[in-house]
Design a protein around this ligand. Sequence first.
Ligand SMILES: [Zn+2]
Length: 186
Amino acid sequence: MAKSNFVTDAHDKMYSTTVRQLREDLGRKVKIFLPGNPTVCPNCLFNSVDGKSAGIYSPTSPYPAGTPGPTPFQTSICPVCHGSGQYTRTIVKEILCHIRWINPEALQHSSLGDIMGADCRLQSDIKYLQDFRRPPMKIEVDGFSMELVKVYPRGLKKLAQVIAFLKFSPHATPGNKNRTTYGETL
Ligand SMILES: [Zn+2]
């Protein structure tokens, strides 16, 4: 019994090492754009009753670096948060993935992208599962703008990987539509 466990463990280790090595050899970095946590707008007075901008210019002092403003305004809509009272900052992560572009003409011969209409398949380390699940606002693969179709974990324990299917999304807009987002250009 102990011996067969040893063999299984050795095989598991060899497999996971090979998969990791392949990803490092053949993989490329994919850019994943995630919504950051909402921050109260520093440019206006926050109305905590309705959770929105009170529409009154009231800059925080000191004003946080890297945020647009302070911008005085006379109208009732704050130009920094557009009235929502909050903004988010995009987080960009680079994740090493094994990338597989799906040839639409080959779809009828494979089960990779059928039904979901996916154009690309990514395989990555299981530690990035939550990043794919947040969900990302946009994913950039080989310079193409993509959106997530489906993501799931595959394998157990140290053999686990993330499998993600993406489709082209040339007009991708941030998923966080009700808030103004600053940071990396989307
Ligand atoms: Zn504001």
